[in-house]
Every structure is written in C-alpha cells, then in structure tokens.
Design a protein around this ligand. Structure first.
Ligand code: SF4
Ligand code: SF4
Length: 96
C-alpha cells in the first residue's frame, strides 16, 4: 500500500475541526473567536481546489500547527480519508 499524498488529498481540511493554538496566526476572518478555523460548504474556509484531486491551502505558510503534524499514512490519516470517501492509499489512484 502506498502512502497517501497530501497534495492530491485534502481530506484533513474537510473532515477535521481545526483547532487553533497559541502561536497560530491565521487571518481573523477565517477563525471564530480565534478558537478554530471557520468552514464554508463543509470545508475549511482556507481550502481551495478539489478534494481528492488538487486541494490547496490558501494560507499554507501560516497554516495552523495542527495542520502540520498529522503524518500521511498514519492510522488517523487513513480514517480521515475513509470518512471523506477516499481510499487508504494514494489519491491519484482515484482520479479515473
Ligand atoms: S488525510 Fe492524510 S493524506 Fe490526506 S491531507 Fe491529511 S495527512 Fe495528507
Ligand atoms: S488551514 Fe489549510 S491545511 Fe489547515 S485545514 Fe485549512 S486548508 Fe487545510
């Protein structure tokens, strides 16, 4: 089984509640009371592109720490992908 590729996934940005922590610096309109990232249409408001194809974080250099620490291919990652309707390996396989 190949390790999922975050560049063609983005499931984290849909399935998770993105809690903000001390030191996170995201644009004020993107967060509620500085506690977590807002969602729009069921996705993190900072997410652009298509989940499972070409997702992109519009604040990537300043993305919250919680977005930086989940290892691709970990058990949690695979569970998130399953919840999002993606498989447990590289999302590229699901393009066709
Ligand atoms: S669910 Fe896994 S593969 Fe997908 S973006 Fe998150 S860490 Fe990367
Ligand atoms: S801040 Fe960026 S990496 Fe984090 S959930 Fe939102 S779109 Fe995804």
């Amino acid at each position: 089984m190949s390790t999922p590729n975050c560049r063609t996934c983005g499931a984290c940005c849909v399935e998770q509640v993105i809690l903000l922590g001390a030191g996170d610096k995201v644009p004020i309109l993107m967060s509620s009371d500085g506690m977590f990232m807002n969602k729009q249409g069921g996705r993190c408001i900072a997410l652009t592109g298509r989940v499972g194809i070409d997702p992109c974080c519009s604040i990537y250099p300043n993305r919250p720490k919680i977005c930086q620490v989940l290892p691709a291919g970990s058990q949690q990652c695979l569970m998130i992908r399953e919840s999002c309707g993606l498989g447990t390996s590289n999302a590229v396989e699901h393009r066709s």
